[in-house]
Ligand binder design. Structure first.
Ligand code: SD4
Length: 320
């Protein structure tokens, strides 16, 4: 079911799973029991996959990869992986990154023909001396690692792209077609954190454009001593402010994840006062104690939460 059709004002899925929903304040103020998974938008299926892995006692990094792979493989998710909208040359180019509990990071940018950039990012982290591989180099590395190529442009994306070419107007629409990137954060029973982020980026972006999602500190940041944050939305705004790093630093200074997300979003808004663009950014954060936060520039952002007692999709509060 389409996110925008399903979610209205913090509808949780208690009706579907028979679970009582904590109030908004409880969600944002209280600790959740561990293990715990949170993700951007209505990524419940990704949360489920990640949680199952965590619950089975496996590594928190395995949980991140299992979760992120769900929207990457889903052609109905038009902002991630297979089925993602192309750039203005008609190519589907993917960005992804991952961070583990030891502060290691891996990332790929501008990758074509591979459905699971999160797996390539993990291999960059684990099997190379580098943090980021880009474009041809990332694809060559994926081929060497035995990953299979495929055509990522679905018929639906192709048709839309051809319709777009009539006007070629680059005008991202907030919350709907161009914002469904997955940012997934998880914490295991022992309190170890990890995170991942994956996207096809802004639809009809310029060739070669790289967004915030694969940039460590922008689209994602994890510090196992403190907490983790991930971002979605108009990446240029996140890149200019290194928003995920900023949120983790706020939390390091003792701020609650909710306050930290709010403060970072307000900084983004203040720094971009003069812009006429109707941009959207959503941030979610998780700290070492299992407390969460989420906040956005505008109405419409969602945060999905899953632990043993809860399976929720919450509307975010917003700045403007
Ligand atoms: C980008 N931040 O490439 C990504 C887009 C996004 O939901 O988050 N879409 O700018």
């Amino acid at each position: 079911m389409k996110r925008r059709n399903f979610i209205q004002h913090g509808i949780a899925i208690s009706a579907l799973v028979g679970i009582e929903i904590p109030s908004m304040d409880l969600c944002k103020g209280d600790k959740f029991s561990l293990p715990l998974v949170v993700s951007t938008w209505d990524n419940r299926r990704a949360n489920d996959a990640a949680f199952q892995v965590l619950h089975s006692g496996a590594n928190v990094l395995d949980a991140i990869v299992a979760g992120v792979k769900v929207p990457e493989a889903d052609p109905a998710d038009r902002s991630v992986g297979y089925g993602g909208r192309p750039d203005r040359s008609g190519r589907v180019t993917l960005d992804a990154c991952i961070m583990d509990s030891n502060g290691k990071a891996g990332s790929v940018t501008y990758v074509q023909h591979y459905k699971h950039p999160i797996e390539i990012a993990r291999m960059v982290m684990e099997k190379t001396p580098h943090v980021i591989l880009s474009g041809d180099g990332a694809e060559l590395f994926a081929a060497k690692m035995g990953m299979k190529q495929m055509d990522l442009l679905t018929e639906e994306s192709k048709k839309e792209y051809e319709a777009w070419r009539i006007t070629e107007k680059y005008q991202p629409i907030i919350n709907i077609e161009r914002h469904d990137t997955i940012g997934l954060l998880a914490i295991d029973k022992a309190g170890n954190l990890a995170g991942g982020c994956s996207t096809s980026g802004m639809a009809y972006k310029m060739e070669g454009r790289v967004g915030d999602s694969p940039i460590i500190g922008a689209g994602l940041f994890v510090d196992n001593e403190v907490g983790a944050c991930t971002a979605t939305g108009h990446g240029e705004y996140v890149l200019r402010t290194l928003a995920s790093f900023l949120v983790v630093e706020f939390m390091r200074n003792g701020m609650h994840p909710q306050k930290a997300c709010e403060k970072a979003i307000k900084r983004i808004v203040n720094k971009h006062k003069g812009t006429s663009e109707e941009y959207q950014i959503g941030l979610i954060a998780l700290d070492k104690k299992g407390r969460i936060g989420y906040y956005s520039v505008r109405k419409g952002f969602l945060c999905a939460i899953k632990n043993t007692e809860n399976e929720l999709v919450k509307d975010s509060e917003y700045a403007i």
